[in-house]
Ligand binder design. Structure first.
Ligand code: URA
Length: 196
């Protein structure tokens, strides 16, 4: 890892070393106000080398646009940087193995707000059970390394593909994140997180 943002090589998780084509690092500005955190790369991300470029990525991009943001305005990364076999959830040990990379990335970017996309990233960062549908849009604090990080919980964009009732929940969470970080269209760039 050179600048805290890229992992050049890693062999910590034998199953993932086997299943990946490449390590998929986060993308977006190194000083972004908003950092979106997914679970792990899927097939398209593994092939393309960028987080959220498949169908879930299309949903995320659309919600960002609706909130007045471009994909290039935000940082997007995953809890685990290598594609798990058969797209299974990352195991606890794999999440733990990748944690130091995530912590260094969050520390380097120092975002106003991290948005956790779905159950796995929400529970990983908050270190508790999270009912994402119920808690979507909630703002809370997480301990990330030796810092306290403001976090907004969201459902995963893929949830909207399986369950249409999640579309508004997802769009509302992203719009709220943009508003709170002060980066939505017409905003002053002034974070409103001081109130939370
Ligand atoms: N789902 C994720 O959680 N991350 C990706 O990068 C793609 C899909």
């Amino acid at each position: 890892m050179s600048d805290g943002l890229c992992v050049e090589s890693c062999e910590r998780c034998p199953a993932l070393v086997e299943s990946r084509s490449r390590i998929v690092d986060g993308v977006g500005p190194a000083d972004a106000d908003l950092l979106f955190l997914g679970e792990a790369p899927g097939q398209q991300e593994d092939e393309g080398g960028e987080p959220f470029i498949g169908r879930s990525g299309d949903v995320l991009d659309e919600a960002l646009r609706d909130a007045g943001l471009a994909r290039s305005d935000v940082r997007i990364t995953n809890c685990v940087r290598c594609r798990p076999p058969e797209n299974r959830d990352p195991h606890k040990e794999e999440l733990a193995n990748c944690r130091s990379y995530l912590e260094r990335e969050i520390e380097a970017v120092d975002p106003e707000l991290v948005v956790t996309l779905g159950k796995v990233p929400s529970e990983h960062l908050l270190d508790r059970d999270v009912a994402v549908t119920k808690e979507a849009g909630d703002v809370t604090d997480a301990r990330v390394g030796d810092r306290s990080q403001r976090v907004l919980i969201s459902v995963h964009p893929a949830a909207t593909l399986y369950d249409a009732s999640q579309r508004d929940t997802f769009a509302d969470a992203i719009a709220r994140a943009a508003e709170l970080a002060g980066v939505a269209d017409g905003e002053s760039g002034q974070s409103r997180l001081g109130d939370y």
